[in-house]
Design a protein around this ligand. Structure first.
Ligand code: C2O
Length: 562
C-alpha cells in the first residue's frame, strides 16, 4: 500500500541532507513552482470525466515552503476556462496583486495566458491551502500549502515522526460548471455532489472505490502530524479516526493551546493540525469525514473514508469505522469550537485588539427573488446587510489603485438598514435586498470589530466566513440575536482563536476583531460556494498609511487584463 508523507528522522542521511540545507539557506529562499492548468480525464465512482487540474493532479501539488521564503508560482492556463488561484490564508502584506480572487484583486488568467503569483510568506507558519477562485472550479483545482517554521525553530509541541496532508473534498460525476448553469436556470442550487473525498478518494463506502481509497501507513509507538484541510465546496465536515484520539495543535496556520478530542469540526476554508499517536493494537482503522448540518435542510450522511494502516498489517483486514458526531449534533459543534484557543505564548502572542475604532454589524440573509427568466419564476439569493454583491467587470484592486471611477462604491452600510428580530420566526421573504458592488472603506491601522449575525430570512444556516488578507480573532460567539449590551462582557480578549475563516453558528452570531494594517482590497465571503455565488460576499478597502511601508506595492508587469 502506497504511503505518502514527510519524514522527520534522525537517520544520518537525513541529518546530512538537513545540514546541507542549513549551510546553504540560512537566509530566506526563493521557491519556484510551475502550475499548468490542464484538463484531464479522471475516474471515480465508476465514472470517468474530464476535470480541470493543476499539472494533471487531483488534488493538486503541495506548495512546500518555510516561513520567510519568497514564492513564485507561474500559472499557465491551458484549459478552456478563465482561471485565478487564491492562496487561502496567506496575508499578502501590501501585495493584493498575488491574492487571486477573480475580479476582486485581478482579472482572470485567460486561456492560453500565464501569470506569476509572487509573494513572501511572512510571519506565518502552519497549514494553509490554495484553490481556484473563479466560479466553482475549486472543486478540482486545489492543494495544500505547508509552511515549515524558520530553520532551527521547532514546533511548540512534540516533534512528530512524520506528517501527512489530509484534504477533504467533494466529487461530482458530472461537470460542476454545467450543474451550476443548470441550477441558475431553475433558480435553485445545483445538484449536490456525488461523494465526499479524502485526498481525492471517496473510500469503500462508495461504489467502485476499490482503487480509490487513500491509505497512510504508520508504525506503532510513533507520533504523526496530520494537516487537515476542508476543501469541500458546500459542507462543514466532522472528522474522526477509529480508535485514536487527536490533539489539536494549530488551526488556520496559527498555533493553539493543545487539547485532545475524538472528533474535529472543520469548515470549508479552515485547516486543523492534529497530533495522532499510533498507540493502538496494530490493525487497520478508518479515518472518516461526513457533513455537519444542523439547519432544517436535507441531511447528508454520506461518509468519505480512508485507512490508517499499521505497518505489517495485510490489506485483507477490514477496518472499523470511527464514531462520528451525528450530522445535526449542534452541541458537539459548539463545545468543540469553544475549546479552540490561541497558544498565546511569549513567542506566539495573541495580539487581540482591545480597543475598537470601528464597529460593524452585518446580517447574513438568504432569500428568494422573483426571476421571470427562471423556470421556477423565483431565484434563491443571499445578502449581507440586505445587499447582494454584484461582481464587477474589472479587478477592484486595479480600480482602487489606479483610481478608476464607477467600478465600485464605498458606502457599504456599517449596520443593517432596518433592525428586526434576526433569528425570530421564519420570514419567507427577504427585506427587499438591493444589488450593488459596494465596499466598506477602512482607515489604515484602525481596529475593527465585526459581528456577523445569521438571520432566519428564508432559513437559518451556519456560514463559514472567510476574510482575505488578514487573520482575525474570534472574540465571541453565541446563539440567537447578538446583544450589544450584554454579549461583549463575555468576550475572550486574552487567548481567542486566531483564524481566517469562522463558522457563524446556525441562528447565531460570531464577533471577530482585526487590525486593518494591510492596505488593499480584501474580499470577505461565505466559503460555501453556493452562497458565495448567490452574492453572500463583500470587500473591504483598507486605505494606505502615511509611512514608507504602509501603501500598496506597485502591480507586477504581467498582471492579467480583462
Ligand atoms: Cu478560500 Cu475567497 O477563498
Amino acid at each position: 500500500m502506497a504511503t505518502q508523507g514527510t519524514f522527520y528522522s534522525s537517520s544520518l542521511f537525513l541529518f546530512l541532507f538537513f545540514f546541507g540545507l542549513l549551510s546553504f539557506s540560512a537566509e530566506a529562499a526563493l521557491k519556484k513552482y510551475q502550475f499548468d492548468i490542464q484538463v484531464k480525464n479522471v475516474s471515480r465512482l465508476c465514472h470517468a470525466k474530464p476535470i480541470v487540474t493543476v499539472n494533471g493532479m487531483f488534488p493538486g501539488p503541495t506548495i512546500y515552503v518555510r516561513e520567510g521564503d519568497r514564492v513564485q508560482v507561474n500559472v499557465t492556463n491551458s484549459a478552456h476556462y478563465n482561471m485565478s488561484i487564491h492562496w487561502h490564508g496567506l496575508k499578502q502584506f501590501r501585495n493584493g496583486w498575488a491574492d487571486g480572487p477573480a475580479y476582486i484583486t485581478q482579472c482572470p488568467i485567460q486561456a492560453g495566458n500565464s501569470y506569476t503569483y509572487d509573494f513572501n510568506v511572512t510571519g506565518q507558519r502552519g497549514t494553509l491551502w490554495w484553490h481556484a477562485h473563479i466560479f466553482w472550479l475549486r472543486a478540482t483545482v486545489h492543494g495544500a500549502i505547508v509552511i515549515m517554521p524558520k530553520q532551527g525553530t521547532p514546533f511548540p509541541f512534540p516533534q512528530p515522526h512524520m506528517e501527512f496532508n489530509i484534504l477533504l473534498g467533494e466529487w461530482w460525476n458530472t461537470d460542476v460548471e454545467e450543474e451550476v448553469k443548470k441550477g441558475n436556470k431553475l433558480g435553485l442550487p445545483p445538484r449536490a455532489s456525488d461523494a465526499h473525498t479524502i485526498n481525492g478518494k471517496p473510500g469503500p463506502l462508495f461504489p467502485c472505490s476499490e482503487k480509490y481509497t487513500y491509505a497512510m501507513e504508520v508504525e506503532q509507538g510513533k507520533t504523526y502530524l496530520l494537516r487537515i484541510i476542508n476543501a469541500a465546496l458546500n459542507d462543514e465536515l466532522f472528522f474522526a479516526i477509529a480508535g485514536h484520539s487527536m490533539t489539536v495543535v494549530e488551526i488556520d496556520a496559527v498555533y493553539t493551546k493543545p487539547f485532545t478530542t475524538q472528533a474535529l469540526l472543520v469548515g470549508p476554508g479552515q485547516t486543523t493540525n492534529v497530533l495522532v499517536q499510533a498507540n493502538q493494537i496494530p490493525n487497520r482503522y478508518f479515518l472518516a469525514a461526513r457533513p455537519f448540518m444542523d439547519a432544517p435542510l436535507t441531511i447528508d450522511n454520506r461518509t468519505a473514508t480512508a485507512i490508517l494502516q499499521y505497518k505489517g498489517i495485510p490489506n485483507t483486514v477490514i477496518p472499523s469505522l470511527p464514531h462520528l458526531p451525528a450530522p445535526n449534533d449542534t452541541s458537539f459543534a459548539l463545545n468543540y469550537t469553544s475549546k479552540l484557543r490561541s497558544l498565546n505564548s511569549a513567542n506566539f502572542p495573541a495580539k487581540v485588539p482591545l480597543n475598537v475604532d470601528r464597529h460593524l454589524f452585518y446580517t447574513i440573509g438568504l432569500g428568494m427573488n422573483p426571476c421571470p427568466t427562471c423556470q421556477n419564476g423565483t431565484q434563491l439569493t443571499a445578502s449581507l446587510n440586505n445587499i447582494t454583491f454584484v461582481m464587477p467587470k474589472i479587478g477592484l484592486l486595479q480600480a482602487h489603485y489606479f483610481n478608476i471611477k464607477r467600478v465600485f462604491r464605498t458606502d457599504f452600510p456599517d449596520r443593517p438598514p432596518t433592525p428586526f428580530n434576526f433569528t425570530g420566526a421564519p420570514l419567507t421573504a427577504n427585506l427587499g435586498t438591493s444589488l450593488g458592488t459596494r465596499l466598506s472603506k477602512i482607515a489604515y491601522n484602525s481596529t475593527v470589530e465585526l459581528v456577523l449575525q445569521d438571520t432566519n430570512l428564508l432559513t437559518v444556516e451556519s456560514h463559514p466566513f472567510h476574510l482575505h488578507g488578514n487573520n482575525f480573532f474570534v472574540v465571541g460567539m453565541g446563539i440567537g440575536n447578538f446583544d450589544p449590551a450584554k454579549d461583549p462582557a463575555k468576550y475572550n480578549l486574552v487567548d481567542p482563536p486566531e483564524r481566517n475563516t469562522v463558522g457563524v453558528p446556525t441562528g447565531g452570531w460570531a464577533a471577530i476583531r482585526f487590525r486593518a494594517d494591510n492596505p488593499g482590497v480584501w474580499f470577505m465571503h461565505c466559503h460555501l460556494e453556493l452562497h458565495t455565488s448567490w452574492g453572500l460576499k463583500m470587500a473591504f478597502v483598507v486605505e494606505d498609511g502615511e509611512g514608507p511601508e504602509q501603501s500598496i506595492l506597485p502591480p507586477p508587469k504581467d498582471l492579467p487584463t480583462c
